[in-house]
Design a protein around this ligand. Sequence first.
Ligand SMILES: C[S@@+](CC[C@H](N)C(=O)[O-])C[C@H]1O[C@@H](n2cnc3c(N)ncnc32)[C@H](O)[C@@H]1O
Length: 377
Amino acid sequence: MMPQATHDELARQNFMQSLSVHVNRKMASGNKAVYEKVVKPNFEQKHQRYPENRHEILQEMETQSYYHWWSILKRFQQEMMWESVGASVERQLPDLITKAKNIHNQIGSLILDPNFQIPAYMTEVDIHCMPGGYHTEIIENDLAAGAVYDRGVYVYGRGWLGTLNDDMGHSVIQNYLQPHYPNLKPQKILDMGCAVGHSTLPYIDAYPEAEIYGIDIAAPMLHYGHARAEALNKPVNLSQQNAEKTNFTDGSFDLIVSHILLHEIPAYAIQNVMRECYRLLSPGGIMVHLDAPLYRHMDAYTAFISEWQTINNNEPFWSEMRELDLTALVTEAGFQSDKTTEAFIRKYSCKTPKASSSEKIPPVSVRPTWFVLTAQK
Ligand SMILES: C[S@@+](CC[C@H](N)C(=O)[O-])C[C@H]1O[C@@H](n2cnc3c(N)ncnc32)[C@H](O)[C@@H]1O
């Protein structure tokens, strides 16, 4: 199902990758130099101390033209990256829809809900500048958003998310579940906010006796994800549902996972998701929610750079989620605090970065760990 690129489309997508390296590594390290050599000493002179948090750093960095240049280029790079994939997907959309029809429901299943109410927090912005977000459908059987996301993640990630963009699923399995629960034999597994199933599919191979379910609010992601799973010969049951309130019965699952869902939904929705996990897990069942580190895990400068996502990249809940007391939300949902963990796990496909002397803060793409929030019922 992967959309294919013509020579010129590929050249454009490759250019977007090169520009991303330039902006996110080379230029980003210049940003740090501006901070260390100009902003920090100026701040110290004014306040007789260094900046203590990301807000203070932002206020001062906004006076620096280098930061503005970097920001503008980074935003353009993000928009152009989606555009380089979107135009290519649009060209081949009729063929992709036909392919999807031909492999429909052979080993897995897909249930879409024509009356589904998409939460406003997903429709009000084009999330991370992806035109139309995850949910927009323009033609019948539209799966363009899923196709754009699948190919776009390769262009964005430049390989660091794994061969099938499946690093997060493998990381949870290999570096959290297998070491902590070596005898786990789940019968039913649910992946919340599964998108096109990048992280869902590794659970099929790791737990071959389990039935695997994935839910998402976005029909085009599921539509594409279903065809993709069928094409890859992986049986999975996908349905269009809100993870805050699903139609599964109490205690249906032994394992519930999510991968980079939490930072894309508001705090009240995270709370609802935790309550829903508690309801859906069988006694002894486990949940694992993977995301990037929280602000309290970062120094002030790294947090300032991280917050760029909320301020400039249509990630409205990126910062909100990174400031939450997630353990408190989980225990409020019913889980016991001594059975709730916040941990770092190694990225499955990570090669430890070779830090160059000019690159003090490793770019997001080579940080070797994921953050996980876990609990056992
Ligand atoms: C960053 S993507 C997730 C990527 C995917 N889990 C993976 O590992 O490749 C976030 C997904 O969450 C979905 N989503 C957002 N809010 C949701 C909700 N309340 N319930 C279910 N899915 C949701 C979006 O439609 C989107 O597909």
